[in-house]
Design a protein around this ligand. Structure first.
Ligand SMILES: Nc1ncnc2c1ncn2[C@@H]1O[C@H](COP(=O)(O)OP(=O)(O)OP(=O)(O)O)[C@@H](O)[C@H]1O
Length: 311
């Protein structure tokens, strides 16, 4: 879907991106992570040409982006950023409908799409007529994500989109984002500072430092086979065990055919979240339900250790 080939970018004589080559597959969830100033946001912005690259080539769906009309390109790409950037004098519905309006959709179709997105992002339908300043920070971020998804873009770029959220809402929105991405099969590229967020979301993880890619691959590969000391230190040796647990899901580790009468956990919970539940509830077995709220099986505390060994 996107290919960077030996791309560089210089700001005021200083190289911000150095010889970057990266392939982003259609339908994948790619997360860019790295030290501050390593070039993550610049990499993202070069894709929708908010920043123009100086050398090398970037291709979008097979086409070199510099030959494409920048506005046409941006309408095919959703963009959600931490500072949200909602239009303050437009209500929520009009904010979400921005790109569909630009694309000339009929009003009835826009209204229907806005309703769908409010439901998808767990926003009450009565919020449609509110102005951005009448929403909480977390609601504003959800509206920002809804706006980026509105015209069902082929590609979604997200720069710290959950930054302003408290940990509970952040986790909820991460799970929603994963569900939306898996359901729609859309390609997502997300920038974050948060290692746990990166591990939860990424199919492909890209670790950057000093304008270069240090390592790219599956999260499990970066955790277990770091290419150098920087990569090893970045993911934190002492946290490795729990971080590996973050890559497994309660649903896949639960023992089928068993059931237990207790408050169940969702199959989408990571094993790390399940570990917290075991500790909080002082138990060694937890029933797991599927997406339809039906019994799936029972997760045993000892299974966490096995998952850890398997990885
Ligand atoms: N518009 C600009 N003008 C000049 N320098 C810039 C500009 N945008 C970015 N830079 C510089 O390019 C480098 C990479 O910045 P970038 O914002 O891509 O990093 P980042 O990894 O996203 O950082 P952070 O995690 O702190 O947001 C930094 O040294 C930054 O100061």
């Amino acid at each position: 879907m996107i290919e960077f080939h030996q791309v560089s970018k210089v700001f005021a004589g200083k190289e911000a991106i150095r010889n970057l080559s990266l392939k982003i597959e259609k339908g994948s969830f790619t997360v860019l992570i790295g030290t501050s100033g390593s070039g993550k946001s610049t990499t993202l912005k070069m894709i929708n040409r908010l920043v123009e690259h100086d050398s090398g080539e970037i291709r979008f769906a097979g086409e070199a982006i510099e030959t494409m009309d920048a506005r046409a390109l941006r309408r095919r790409i959703g963009y959600a950023i931490q500072s949200i950037g909602l239009f303050p004098h437009w209500d929520v519905a009009k904010n979400i409908g921005t790109v569909p309006s630009l694309l000339g959709w009929p009003q009835a179709k826009i209204t229907q799409r806005v309703e769908e997105l409010l439901a998808l992002l767990n926003l009450d339908s009565h919020l449609a007529t509110r102005m951005p300043h009448q929403l909480s920070g977390g609601q504003q971020q959800r509206v920002g994500v809804a706006r980026a998804l509105a015209a069902d873009p082929e590609l979604l770029l997200m720069d710290e989109p959950f930054g302003a959220l408290d940990p509970v809402n952040r986790l909820a929105l991460q799970h929603e984002m994963l569900r939306i991405q898996k359901m729609s099969g859309r390609t997502v590229v997300l920038v974050t500072h948060d290692i746990d967020e990166a591990l939860t979301l990424a199919d492909q993880l890209v670790l950057m430092d000093g304008g270069e890619i240090v390592q790219q691959g599956r999260p499990i590969d970066l955790l277990t086979q770091p290419v150098n000391d920087f990569a090893r230190e970045f993911f934190g040796r002492s946290e490795l065990g729990v971080r590996l647990l973050a890559l497994g899901r309660a649903g896949s580790a639960a023992r089928r055919g068993e059931w237990l009468d207790a408050e169940p956990i969702a199959e989408s919970l990571t094993l790390r979240e399940a570990l917290s539940q075991f500790i909080a509830r002082r138990t060694d077995k937890l029933p797991v339900i599927d997406q339809q709220q039906q019994p799936l099986g029972v997760l045993h505390f000892s299974d966490l250790l096995r998952q850890r060994e398997a990885s």
